[in-house]
Write a protein that binds this ligand. Structure first.
Ligand code: AMP
Length: 569
């Protein structure tokens, strides 16, 4: 039997039309460092039409052509987010923190024809241009030193001049919903980046999920700050979801350091924000050093790497902000699981659920595959690599303009599931706990030690600001953990003494004392013998701990390691 429902494609242009009309008054606020620029969704819709006309009529962009952005989170980036896919082209968001040679690699792999670039980022783009064979146009957005572009091959345009006097309506085409809409490359630390191509349909369905009570649950009463960069998995879907629900957007532009972020929150009074843990850790330190009024913030989503429970508690207890933990990846659009506690549980009883990676929505189906290749039970014990499938989960990587989809066997199972590379457990009621990245887990004498668990315990110590634990080779055990700790400033000053930190008395932070602290929390055989104190944990281009670099520094003998005797008491 057939259904009698209309077959209407799910398109980004529908989100744009809806947001800019029904929610025409909703604000897009862009922080300028000491104030803000303001536009409405209605104005944004009109400017999207002007941008689409400029790209089509002047720059001759055709369906399926790639238009890249090298931009901060701001109103103009939002315009590109909607205009480019809605007109039938593909938005390629460039990660401005990638090493320059990788940046050139992804532009060439995607064969981008246009790059929209913030003026402040021209010094990054200009030296690369001779290597970017496909780029025909550079469009400069905002102020910057354009003299660095003198003599470059691509034509140079000013964004505002390009938009000026163009029609404020555009006949957005009826596209098949499976048409490519946006392209984002993974920021993996191994090998070349991999391109993930989102479709109109996957973006639309993902947006519907973002706004449900199972996920971010945003509404037009919210002012949301995507601190997560717009080049990192579509800013976790927030811009698209915002247009669905008329959610106000507060864009931090390039002011992402803790001080300016705190100033912006105090001045503009957002209700919600989203970012990786390192950003929030920095903000907490900033607020302890120089208090600001962040009382407008009710909820923040933390994801992108495991959120230390101590960070969650500090936000709650000191600032009354509820932290919600989420898991996802570039390949999952990114929302996979989201940690709301089960119905009826509050206070201490809710914590074990809130610090987990949470539950999956119906649209994202998980399974755990153990080391022997068998599916593991959902009993909170069975451990395996997480595999997922669903309508906003990648089924392949982009193979390049002249190649078909790329499905490497280590990333996609023979029956088409995405192999996430994350190892964990799932409880009977569906709560996921990621114990490690498959490549970061420490394999000691045939047993697995979770680096994340050791890190979380160490970061709960008042004298420890950051901690990263990595596997190092060991003659007897195969691998053993090396704990690299960053001490809190007060504690560093007190030279591992017993000073007071902003989280309470520091206690001793000598390796032996830190290990005794851990001994009360994890089994003895997991306790690290090797310890090193570092100034900062190295971070990847999207702000996650770069454990590969830490392992390399250890292998090169660059770390000052103290080795304790094996623990026995
Ligand atoms: P990316 O594609 O750069 O967003 O990286 C995705 C990876 O980040 C995942 O495969 C996980 O290893 C890690 N990740 C993301 N969110 C979490 C989380 N809440 N807890 C632990 N790891 C996470």
């Amino acid at each position: 039997m057939y259904s009698t429902m209309q077959d209407v494609p799910l398109l980004v242009s529908r989100l744009l039309r809806h947001g800019s009309t029904v929610h025409g008054d909703s604000p897009v606020v862009t922080w300028t460092g000491d104030g803000a620029r303001r536009r409405s969704y209605g104005e944004t819709g009109a400017r999207c039409a002007q941008l689409a006309h400029a790209l089509r009529d002047e720059l001759r962009i055709q369906d399926g052509d790639r238009v890249a952005t090298l931009m901060w989170n701001n109103a103009e980036h939002l315009e590109a987010y909607f205009a480019v896919p809605s007109m039938g082209a593909v938005l390629h968001t460039l990660n401005l923190r990638l090493p320059p040679e990788q940046l050139a690699w992804v532009v060439n792999h995607a064969a981008d024809r246009v790059v929209l670039v913030n003026g402040t980022l021209l010094p990054l783009l200009a030296p690369l241009l001779p290597k970017l064979g496909s780029v025909e146009h550079v469009v400069v957005v905002g102020q910057g030193d354009t003299s660095v572009l003198d003599g470059c091959r691509p034509a140079v345009h000013d964004y505002e001049e390009l938009l000026a006097d163009r029609p404020t309506e555009y006949p957005w085409p009826h596209l098949p919903e499976t048409t490519a809409a946006a392209l984002c490359y993974t920021s993996g630390t191994t090998g070349d980046p991999k391109g993930v191509v989102y479709s109109h349909r996957s973006i639309y369905l993902h947006s519907l999920h973002v706004n449900t009570v199972e996920a971010m649950a945003l509404s037009s009463a919210d002012l949301a700050v995507p601190v997560v960069p717009m080049f990192h998995v579509n800013a976790w879907g927030l811009p698209h979801a915002a247009f669905l629900g008329g959610v106000g957007l507060l864009m931090p532009d390039r002011f992402l350091q803790p001080g300016p972020l705190a100033d912006m929150i105090e001045a503009e009074r957002p209700t919600y924000a989203a970012a990786v843990p390192t950003i929030w850790q920095g903000l907490l330190g900033e607020l302890a050093a120089r208090p600001r009024d962040i009382s407008s913030l009710r909820r923040v989503t933390i994801g992108g790497s495991a959120c230390p429970p101590s960070l969650m508690r500090e936000f709650q207890e000191r600032h009354g902000v509820t932290v919600e933990h989420a898991w996802g990846m570039t390949e999952t659009s990114p929302l996979g699981s989201y940690a709301h506690p089960p119905r009826g549980l509050t206070g201490e009883e809710a914590w074990p659920y809130r610090v987990s990676q949470g539950r999956f929505p119906a649209s994202v189906e998980p399974r755990l595959i153990g080391p022997d290749g068998t599916e593991q039970p959902w009993d909170g014990v069975g451990t395996g690599e997480l595999e997922v499938r669903g309508p906003w989960i990648a089924g392949a990587y982009y193979g390049g303009p002249d190649a078909g989809p790329d499905r490497p066997a280590d990333r996609f199972s023979p029956d088409g599931w995405l192999r996430t590379g994350d190892v964990g457990t799932i409880t009977a009621d569906g709560y996921l706990t990621i114990t490690d990245r498959a490549k970061d887990v420490i394999k000691s004498g045939g047993e697995w030690i979770s680096s994340v668990e050791l890190e979380n315990h160490l970061m709960a110590h008042p004298g420890v600001a950051e901690a990263a634990v990595v596997a190092v080779p060991d003659e007897v055990w195969g691998e053993r953990p090396l704990a690299a700790v960053v001490l809190t400033p007060q504690d560093t000053a007190a030279a591992a003494g017993t000073g007071t930190t902003d989280r309470g008395p520091a206690g001793s932070t000598e390796p032996g004392a830190l290990r005794s602290f851990l001994a009360e929390r994890v089994p003895r055989w997991q306790l690290p013998e090797r310890w090193t104190t570092i100034d900062e944990v190295p971070k990847t281009s999207v702000g996650k701990f770069d454990k590969k670099l830490l392992r390399a520094r250890h292998a090169a003998g660059e770390l000052d390691v103290v080795t304790l005797d094996r623990y026995d008491d």
